[in-house]
Design a protein around this ligand. Structure first.
Ligand SMILES: NC(=O)c1ccc[n+]([C@@H]2O[C@H](COP(=O)([O-])OP(=O)(O)OC[C@H]3O[C@@H](n4cnc5c(N)ncnc54)[C@H](OP(=O)(O)O)[C@@H]3O)[C@@H](O)[C@H]2O)c1
Length: 208
């Protein structure tokens, strides 16, 4: 069991939160709008709690479920309140047409989060290659993740497994940019190749 805090009360917060409580994890919901956080915690049930925006989160893993442009400012605002936490960035920094990334060529949102994260915190990119509505429909896609800290990655991997999803480590935090690009591939295949958003990306092994 993991203890997690989710900052954000939107689609991804709801989708991951529901799986997290079903998986027996301790879940805290945090929103800048306290009433939205309370509503989500109530909807999640199973003892989900409400945290104070900006205060030290109760979870060891803090999932920042915000739009990409809000992630670095909010982590900066939290500052030392995130010391020693595993910070999960799930954002997709898409441009307006969702056919390119809105971050400079040599970085990713997750790497920018790492630059402003406090001492002892570790950043893991995860969940950005799965659609929230696919999770809410009970589908069980692979979840790619990337990070530099083996302990943080082990914690996130265990959490992903508790959701009934397969965690797939793709390497160090430098790979976060390519995971963000993989989010574009997911959008592209949904729009063009399949004309269907009930879709997920994953890895297929061919044993032998
Ligand atoms: N939806 C998906 O299927 C999906 C899939 C993969 C990745 N993602 C990524 O997941 C992230 C969240 O997506 P979403 O669909 O869950 O978004 P969403 O439903 O729009 O939720 C965004 C949340 O961010 C909060 N927020 C906005 N500005 C904030 C600020 N300055 N400080 C604090 N909180 C703020 C909003 O709070 P208020 O209600 O108070 O405005 C809301 O709770 C995005 O980066 C997206 O790229 C989404």
């Amino acid at each position: 069991m993991s203890s997690i805090s989710i900052i954000g009360t939107g689609n991804m917060a709801r989708a991951i939160g529901a799986l997290a409580v079903a998986g027996g994890n301790a879940v805290e919901v945090v929103g800048r709008d306290q009433s939205k956080a309370a509503d989500l915690a109530k909807a999640l049930g199973s003892g989900a709690t409400v945290g104070q925006f900006g205060a030290v989160p109760s979870g060891d893993i803090v999932i920042v479920a915000l739009r990409y442009a809000d992630v670095v400012p909010v982590v900066t605002q939290y500052g030392d309140a995130l010391s020693d936490k595993v910070i999960v960035d799930l954002s997709n920094p898409f441009n307006a047409d969702a056919d390119g990334l809105a971050v400079p060529d040599d970085t990713s949102v997750a790497q920018e989060v790492a630059k402003v994260a406090p001492a002892g915190a570790s950043v893991v990119k995860a969940f950005n290659t799965v659609f929230g509505h696919v999770l809410e429909k009970g589908r069980r896609p692979d979840v790619f993740f990337a990070g530099d800290d083996p302990q943080a990655k082990a914690a996130v991997s265990e959490f992903i497994s508790s959701l009934g999803l397969r965690p797939l480590d793709v390497g160090g935090l430098g790979m976060a940019r390519w995971l963000e690009g993989t989010g574009l591939i997911l959008m592209g295949v949904a729009r063009h190749g399949l004309d269907d958003f009930d879709v997920a990306l994953g890895a297929v092994e061919f044993p032998g």
